[in-house]
Write a protein that binds this ligand. Structure first.
Ligand code: MCA
Length: 501
C-alpha cells in the first residue's frame, strides 16, 4: 500500500498492521500449543476477513464476539475491524438471557460464539462458532487490502451496565482507539525488545485495547495466557518486560511464593487499573519485588484517561495525569468547577472520548456537559499540578475483581421474587476481589437461602454478579427523599467499615 493511501485510511486495522509488519518474522502471539509470527498473524487476519465477508458482514455491521480467550479470538477481532465492521465483545460469563438482550440491541450481522447452538432468547440470531469461522478462513484467499474507513467511523461497541439496570453500548471510533493506543505506547515507553505478558480477558477495554493494541503497535511478542493461573504466570514472568493487570491479579500473585525479585527481574513495567489499588497492596508488591506499579485510570467511554508517570513519582492512591491531548477537570455539587484539592465529579474530553451510547441519544446527552465534556460519575480531586486522586463514585456501582457490577440490575430480578419485599445490593470489602457483591433483603416471611437465590438467578445473570451473602433486615434505611441509604447498609454489614460487626 502506498503512503498516500495509508494516510487516507482512518481504519485502526491499517495502523496496527503497518506497525506489526515492521517485524514480520518476530513471534507475535505465543500460547502453549501455538505460535504465530506477525506475518502469519496478518495472513490469518486477511483470510478471516474474507470469511467474514463471505458470510455477509459489511462495513458498519456489528459482529458480536462471545468466545473463550484464544489466538483465534484475536484474529477474528482484527478481521472484523479490517473489513470495516464493528466488534462487540461480550463477557463469556454472560448467560443466554443477557446475550439475547445484547443481540436485540446491537442487531448484529453475525454472532460468533464457542458453539453454533441457537440461543432461546434470540432464536433468529445469525450465530456461527468460532471454529467454523476459522475453518472457513483457512479455506479462503487473503483479503490483503484494509477497508477504507473514516477515523470517525465505529470500530467497536462495548457494553457497560448502567445505574438504571439497562446496559448501554459505548460507541468507540477508530480515532478513539488509535489515539489511546498511540498515547499509551508513547508514555509507557514501549520500545523494541518489549515482551507483553497478557493475562487479561479480551472482552473489555483493558485486555482488548490497552494491552493488545500497545503491544501490536510495538510489534511486541505477546505471551498470551488464556486464563489467570498464578503458577503459569510466575513461570512466564522471566520472559516478559511488561504486564498489565487488575488489583486482584496482583493480590493473587503475592499469594504465590515465586512472585519475587528474581522472577520479575526482567520486568520494566507493571501497570494496574480497572479497580483502585490500595496503598497497602502497592507497598506489598514493592516490598516483594522492588517494582512500583504504575496505576492508571480509565473507563469504557474513554479508554485510558489518566496515568501515573513512567518517570517521576508513581503515587499510590492517585491515578496520575491526563493523557496527552486529554483534558480532565472536576465539578462540585454546586455546579462550579473545582479548584486544586476540592472534590468534585470528574469530567474529561479528548480524542479518546467515545461517540455516544448506541441508540441512546438522550443518555449520551445527559452524561455530557453542555460544552461537550463527558461526566464520568467518579468523584476525585486534582492537585495544582493536575494529578488526579479518586475518592469515590457518585453511583453505587461495585467493582468486583475488575468487573463493574450495577446493583439495580440484580435488585430488579430479586425484587420479582414472591418471598422478597425489597432488596438492596451493596459492595463489601473483599481481600481477593476488592469488593464483593452482597444483598440486603426485606422479606414478608421466611428469607430465601443464598443457594436458592443464586439458583434462581442462574439462567438470567452472569455468576460474577451473583450475591455471595444475604443479610435480612426489617426495613431498608431511607433518606428524607425516600432513597435507600446504601452507605448506612455498608457501614452495618461491611466489617472493614465498622467496629461493631
Ligand atoms: C470470576 N468470578 C468472579 C469474578 N471473576 N466473581 C466476582 N468478581 C469477579 N471479577 C467467579 C466466577 O463467577 C466463578 O464463580 C468463580 O469466580 C471462578 O471463576 P473463574 O472464571 O475461574 O475466575 P477467575 O479466573 O479466578 O477470575 C477472576 C479474575 C477475573 C482473574 C479476577 O475476574 C479477571 O480477569 N478480572 C479482570 C477483569 C477485567 O479485565 N476488567 C477490565 C474491565 P462460581 O464458582 O460461583 O461460578 S475494563 C475497565 O474496567 C476500564 C476500561 C479500565 O480502566 O480498565
Amino acid at each position: 500500500m502506498r503512503a498516500s493511501e495509508h494516510a487516507a485510511n482512518g481504519n485502526l486495522a491499517d495502523l496496527l498492521r503497518t506497525h506489526m509488519l515492521v517485524s514480520p518474522d518476530r513471534q507475535a502471539l505465543v500460547t502453549d500449543d501455538r505460535v504465530l509470527t506477525f506475518a502469519q498473524l496478518d495472513d490469518a487476519v486477511a483470510r478471516a476477513s474474507t470469511a467474514l465477508q463471505s458470510v455477509g458482514v459489511r462495513p458498519s455491521d456489528r459482529v458480536i464476539g462471545q468466545v473463550t480467550k484464544s489466538i483465534d479470538n484475536v484474529i477474528v477481532y482484527l478481521a472484523t475491524v479490517r473489513v470495516g465492521a464493528v466488534w462487540v465483545p461480550l463477557n463469556t460469563a454472560y448467560t443466554d438471557t443477557e446475550v439475547g438482550a445484547f443481540i436485540d440491541d446491537a442487531e448484529p450481522a453475525l454472532v460468533i460464539r464457542d458453539t453454533d447452538d441457537p440461543i432461546d432468547a434470540a432464536p433468529e440470531a445469525p450465530i456461527r462458532s468460532l471454529a467454523s469461522m476459522m475453518a472457513m478462513a483457512d479455506a479462503s484467499a487473503p483479503m490483503t487490502a484494509v477497508e477504507i474507513r473514516s477515523s470517525e467511523d465505529l470500530a467497536a461497541i462495548c457494553y457497560t451496565s448502567g445505574t438504571t439496570g439497562r446496559s448501554k453500548g459505548a460507541m468507540l471510533t477508530h480515532a478513539n482507539l488509535a489515539s489511546n493506543a498511540l498515547a499509551l505506547h508513547s508514555i509507557w515507553r514501549f520500545s523494541p525488545g518489549d515482551v507483553l505478558l497478557h493475562i487479561l480477558p479480551i472482552f473489555h477495554v483493558h485486555g482488548l485495547f490497552v494491552a493488545l493494541h500497545t503491544a501490536l503497535l510495538n510489534a511486541s511478542t505477546i505471551l498470551f495466557e488464556t486464563s489467570f493461573d498464578a503458577d503459569r504466570i510466575v513461570a512466564r514472568l522471566p520472559d516478559a518486560t511488561v504486564m498489565m493487570g487488575v488489583p486482584t491479579h496482583y493480590r493473587r500473585l503475592l499469594d504465590h511464593p515465586g512472585f519475587d525479585q528474581t522472577s520479575t527481574a526482567g520486568i520494566r513495567l507493571f501497570t494496574s487499573g480497572s479497580a483502585p489499588m490500595m496503598a497497602q497492596l502497592h507497598a506489598e508488591i514493592t516490598a516483594r519485588t522492588g517494582h512500583r506499579v504504575l496505576e492508571r485510570y480509565g473507563m469504557t467511554e474513554g479508554g485510558m484517561i489518566t496515568s501515573n508517570p513512567y518517570d517521576g513519582d508513581r503515587v499510590p492512591g492517585t491515578v496520575g495525569f491526563a493523557l496527552p491531548q486529554v483534558s480532565v477537570r472536576t465539578r462540585g455539587a454546586d455546579g462550579e468547577l473545582c479548584g486544586p484539592g476540592e472534590a468534585g465529579v470528574v469530567e474529561f474530553r479528548g480524542p479518546n472520548q467515545f461517540a455516544g451510547y448506541w441508540k441512546l441519544p438522550e443518555r449520551t446527552e445527559a452524561e455530557h456537559t453542555d460544552d461537550g465534556w463527558f461526566v464520568t460519575g467518579d468523584v476525585g480531586t486534582l492537585d495544582a499540578e493536575g494529578r488526579l486522586t479518586l475518592e469515590g463514585r457518585s453511583s453505587d456501582m461495585i467493582i468486583s475483581g475488575g468487573l463493574n457490577v450495577y446493583p439495580k440490575e440484580i435488585e430488579q430480578l430479586v425484587d420479582d421474587r414472591a418471598d422478597v419485599v425489597e432488596s438492596a445490593v451493596i459492595g463489601v470489602a473483599d481481600g481477593d476481589l476488592g469488593e464483593r457483591v452482597e444483598i440486603v433483603l426485606v422479606c414478608g416471611g421466611a428469607a430465601p437461602s443464598i443457594e436458592e437465590l443464586r439458583t434462581d438467578l442462574e439462567d438470567r445473570l452472569a455468576r460474577f454478579k451473583h450475591p455471595r451473602r444475604i443479610h435480612v433486615v426489617d426495613a431498608l434505611p431511607r433518606n428524607a427523599m425516600g432513597k435507600v441509604q446504601k452507605t448506612v447498609l455498608r457501614d452495618r454489614f461491611d466489617p472493614s467499615r465498622t467496629t461493631h460487626p
